[in-house]
Structures are given as structure tokens and as C-alpha cells.
Design a protein around this ligand. Sequence first.
Ligand code: ZN
Length: 133
Amino acid sequence: MIYEITLDTSKRSQFIDITGEVRNIVFRSDVEDGICMVYIPHTTAGVTINENADPTVRKDIIKYLEKYVPWRESYFEHIEGNSAAHIKSTLVGCSVTIPIKGRKLFLGQWQGIYFCEFDGPRRRRVFVKILSE
Ligand code: ZN
């Protein structure tokens, strides 16, 4: 079974905290110990784990990516015009794997799971696969 989360993003670049939704899926799955894989089926978005306390960390990551992967470059050839979003998607990656211990995500205290939009606003999907030990 694969669980699905649907998101509507509102900006071109945006990090959306999905930790709560993933936590609930893990809890409802009844798996005591195992693995949780969060996967996104998109080529202009990503998923990552990072700081959950200070929102300026996410802002700084987005600003850094905007600086080093600008929307327009004279050598980009992709006809859709969104090469920057494809590049950021590849840099960030499209899945994360988190251990499950005691029916809970075994995340660090300061870690959260973020859906990373790079070509919004769009409707997006996140798939969550739970494997039991
Ligand atoms: Zn494209």
C-alpha cells in the first residue's frame, strides 16, 4: 500500500512542512519498527529534511538556490523555460527515508520533512511507503 498526500503550492519556490501528515500516516500504519519512504513523482519539485525550528533556514536555502540556479540563463535550451526548477529538483532529490521506531518517525529534535516547490503554484502529490521490519 502507498499513502498519498495532496498539496496545493502557492509560490514559485516554497518549502512546505509535511512532517505532521507523514507522522500521522506512520502512526495509523500500525508499524512498530521499520522504514518510511517519502517520495515525490515530480521533476520540478523536491523533498528534503532540514531545520524545523527557525523558518529563516528554509528562506536562506531558497535564496541560496535562487542565487546559484537563476530562472534564466543564456545557455538553457529546455523549451518549457523551467530548467532552473528541473536543476533544483535534481540537487534536492525526490525522496527521503526515515527510520520508524515505536510507531514514530525517528527524526532528530530539529528535523522536519519539507516538500520543496520550485515551479509553483501547482497541485502536487507526495507518496509515503511504509515497510515493516
Ligand atoms: Zn520543464
